[in-house]
Design a protein around this ligand. Sequence first.
Ligand SMILES: [Zn+2]
Length: 142
Amino acid sequence: MLRLDNPMTEHIFLASGILDGLLSAGQRMSVSPSSVRAELLGKCLTRLDELRELARARFPSKAAFITTVVDEFEAGLRSLAGMCGGQITEDRRDGSGHCTVCGTAITHHPEYRLALCGKCDELFMPAYEKLCDFDGFGTEAI
Ligand SMILES: [Zn+2]
């Protein structure tokens, strides 16, 4: 149950917004050419730093765990950006075909304007899920 009068609510909403953005960027990276991946990674690094700062400033009891998981998230996104030595030219953002890297069929939900490689996304999804969970920035605590 989310209580809007809880003083933590605004910080949890902020974290949740950043995490949503990182999830979208990661999913987009998994179907993009390397040049786009690099550009998205640059934006993600700024947002990851914001999460670390938010954890230290507003979630001190969880900050050690959160910053460790944010590091994992960053490592996953860096791997995604650097796949194939940065030589990927194929663009699967239209949701067609198979992943250039691993050959998995692209997951495509046009109704959500979503295209991703479910297998490549495993590089960052465990960290994303941990950060959304109770031990991360989850909402169950309030
Ligand atoms: Zn893949």
